[in-house]
Structures are given as C-alpha cells and as structure tokens.
Design a binder for this molecule. Structure first.
Ligand code: EPZ
Length: 418
C-alpha cells in the first residue's frame, strides 16, 4: 500500500485541467451492456473505479480497449448474468450492472454492493423499483437474484432521491414492453448524461424535472459518433476550494459551470472571487475567509461529495461555520483526521461546527472514503510542515492523477510505500 507525503504551505498557482466525470462514466459504461453493440466513449477518467467497472464488464463477456481516456467496448458476447462478489464489494457503482443486465438478459445476480465507508448503503429503492416494473428478486446467501416475470414496465415513485437508483431503473426499463414513469428521481447532471447517451442510441427517455418517462424501444441503434462524458464537477469543486485558501491562485479548465452553481455561491459567500469564462473558472482567494452555514442536499443542493473539501476551507474562516450532512448518515470520518492537523471542529448529530483557526501543522493522518481523502489533501497542502496520508487507495478510486495535477501548480507531494 502507498502513502502520500505532502510538504505543506507552498503557494499553489496555475491552471488545472478537469477530467471526465467518474459518476457519469460508470453508468454509461454499464449502459453499453443493455444492447449488443460496439461503443466508443471519450473523456473517460483513468481511475480505479473505471478500471473496476471495465474488469466487471470483461468478466461478463465484453471486450474493450482503454487508452488516452478513450474506451472502445464490444458487448456483443455478453452471456453471464452474475456480477462477482470480489468486484462488487469494492465499488458501490457496480450495482449499476444490475439494471443493465436485466434489460439485456432478463435476469441478474449481484452480491450486496460495497463501496465507501460512508454508512449503510441500502438498495431498497432499487429493489422496490425493479419489483414495480415487473422484476422479481430473491435474496440468497448474500446475493440478489432478479428475474423478469411478465411484461417489463410500470410506474414507480422513489421514497428517497437516489442517483444510482434512478439510473438503475432507467437501465432496466429502456427495452421494456410498456412505458415506465419514474417519480422523485435524482436531478444530478450525471443522470442526464446517461439519459443523453441512451437517447443518442435511439432511446426515448424524457425528463420533466423529478419525473422521468421511459418509452421502451426494441433495440438501441449503432452509435453515430463517439460519446464524450461530462466533466467531473466534484473534481472541479475540489480544486476550486483549494483556490479559496490564500495565497493560492487556481483556475480550473474543462469544467461545466452550470453544474457548479451551488458550489460557486458558497465560494462567493466565503469572500473569494469567481470569474467564469466558457469552461474555465478562476478563483481569487480572500485575505480573510468568511464563515458560512451549509446543508448538503441532492442536486441542485450543495453536494455531499464536496462536504469534506468545503470543510478544509472553513477550517481557516474568521469565525464559526456549520455544515449539516443530510445525505449520508456517517460522512464525518475525516473530522477526526483534520483535528490531528489542528482543526477545531465539533460534531453534534449530523452537523459539524467549525471554529476557524489561524494555521494547521502537518501530521500522520488516514484517508477513509474517496471524497474525505480529497478534503485531507486540501488541509495537508495548507498545513505547515510534513503530512503523511495513509490508505490513499481510496483517493485513486476517483481522482485521475491528482498528485501530478497538484505538482503542476507547485505542490510538494509524492508517494512512498506505507
Ligand atoms: C451516488 O451514490 C454517487 N455515486 C455518490 O458519489 C454520491 O455521494 C451519491 O450518489 C449522492 O450524491 C455514483 O454515482 C457512482 P444514493 P449512490 O443512492 O447512488 C439512500 C463518490 O464519491 N438510499 O443517491 O450510491 C442512501 O443510503 C460517490 O463519487 C436508500 O435509502 O447514492 C443515501 O443516504 C460517493 N435506499 C441516499 O439515499 C436506496 O435504495 C443517497 O444515496 C438507495 C439509496
């Protein structure tokens, strides 16, 4: 296992090119299973989760090449309907193969999904949704086995907004026998990227805010041109928050500004300057960061995936800030690690209270989930002295070459064997 060493305190200046979205690439890769064909996808981030998904598709019978952020995948010979435990346990998003296999083969067997350490990750809404559109599921020795019984299609209203739940129901209904109407769907841009991809293949999926209407088709057409996935708004937000910490001066490029409205408003509330120009966003930090209060919510609310990164900025605010985590039950694991650097943070139920401090000092800390480790990096970069971050495999699941991108703007960061 590797650890990250960061010699903090150096000013970070320059432009950071944002990679393709992990959470758009994963459902779109799963979608290539729905119909036997050859697909070309671009702007696919070279991260562990993408390689895990490609490995899973290969085990099901797909063949692929992945080079220079381009995937060419042939899913004509997919026959297997079972997603093996050892792959599903490492990545929650493998749950997306479930819906795709149901459309393709009418059956799917996946082990209970794993993923990050951010609390219990139920799939009750996926199950209830599949049930309502004609799939029966039995739970047997840690596996979920679903099979279609009768014509696929129907109506379902999600009890909670679930991103992969919405995506799974779209994937499982697109080749059905009758129309499917889904309500209280997630509004995340990554869901729309999946819808756009499927519609580019002849899918008939219409979104009306939280309602998604799937008119089934009997086949998906050959691709007319290579499909480019959207930029990663969470990676963009991560570097934008780093740019809020004086004296850094960071511009992110290849970003999608309209997906970052809520993030930009928090940055302006903290007193930083935001200048956008096409796909570039330039951040100028304030001399003093203003304290703010934020609640994480499903899109278009403030994203839970940027909660730890925002916290890394508020550690230096002139006053008391609050972040309420409403999406996941246990997403403050990074707080104990930030305290080791000298942060003054207390937690009461699902709210973190951050009392601003003047500076942090390097220490040995441990990454827990993918996005928390990004928050730890931002804090380590802003601490005096050396920080060692252990278990950084979490980081490599979702950030493409983050140390190289940071070195390019002046960070003293390197890897060593643990
Ligand atoms: C997606 O996870 C993202 N992953 C997560 O990003 C992101 O944090 C999350 O959405 C919320 O935005 C991918 O898109 C691959 P949910 P997902 O189902 O779909 C509850 C990252 O780092 N729920 O939207 O697994 C659930 O417990 C990852 O990129 C049910 O109760 O999350 C949670 O509290 C981390 N029953 C809430 O809904 C269900 O059947 C949102 O979960 C499903 C979910």
């Amino acid at each position: 296992m590797e650890k990250l060493i960061i010699d903090g305190g150096t000013p970070l200046k320059g432009r950071v090119k944002i990679s393709g979205s992990k959470n758009a690439a994963l459902p779109i890769l799963a979608a290539t299973v729905v119909y036997p064909n050859k697909y070309s996808l671009n702007n696919i981030p070279d991260i562990q989760d993408v390689r895990t998904m490609l490995e899973l598709l290969k085990i099901l019978g797909a063949k692929y090449t992945f080079k220079d952020n381009k995937v060419v995948i042939n899913t004509i010979n997919i026959k297997k309907h079972e997603a093996p435990y050892d792959l599903v346990k490492t990545m929650r998003a493998s749950v997306l193969i479930w819906g795709a296999l149901l459309s393709r083969l009418g059956r799917a067997k996946i082990s209970f999904p794993g993923g990050c350490a951010i609390g219990d990750r139920p799939v009750d809404q996926h199950l209830a949704g599949f049930e309502s559109i004609g799939y029966k599921t039995i739970v047997k020795s840690g596996y979920l086995e679903s099979i279609s019984e009768g014509p696929v299609g129907g109506n379902f209203k999600f009890k909670v907004k679930t991103v992969t739940g919405t995506e799974n129901l779209i994937l499982a209904s697109i080749l059905g026998k009758q129309k499917t109407i889904l309500e209280n769907c997630s509004l995340e841009p990554e869901v729309d990227d999946l819808i756009n991809f499927l519609n580019s293949l002849g899918g008939q999926i219409v979104r009306k805010k939280e309602k998604v209407i799937v008119t089934p088709v009997t086949e998906l057409k050959k691709q007319k041109k290579i499909y480019k996935v959207i930029p990663d708004r969470i990676e963009a937000g991560t570097f934008m928050y780093l740019g809020c910490i004086f004296p850094n001066k960071i511009t992110v490029t290849n970003a999608k500004v309209e997906d970052l409205k809520e993030v930009i408003s928090t940055i302006r509330l903290m007193g930083a300057k935001v200048e956008t120009e096409k796909a570039s966003i330039k951040i100028t930090p304030p001399k003093a960061i203003q304290p703010i209060q934020v609640q994480t919510k499903p899109f278009p609310g403030f994203p839970t995936d940027l909660q730890a990164q925002l916290m890394a900025v508020l550690i230096f605010a002139k006053g008391v800030s609050k972040i309420q985590e409403n999406v996941f039950p246990n997403r403050f694991i990074h707080v104990a690690e930030l305290r080791k650097l000298g942060a003054n943070i207390s937690i009461k139920e699902n709210t973190a209270k951050i009392i601003g401090v003047n500076g942090l000092a390097g220490a040995k800390i441990q990454a827990s989930d993918l996005r928390a480790s990004a928050g730890l990096i931002l804090s380590a970069l802003s601490s005096k002295g050396k920080t060692e971050i252990f278990r950084i495999y979490h980081l490599d699941r979702g950030y493409e070459r983050i140390d190289d991108k940071l070195k390019l703007i002046g960070a003293k960061i390197w890897r060593e064997k643990e």
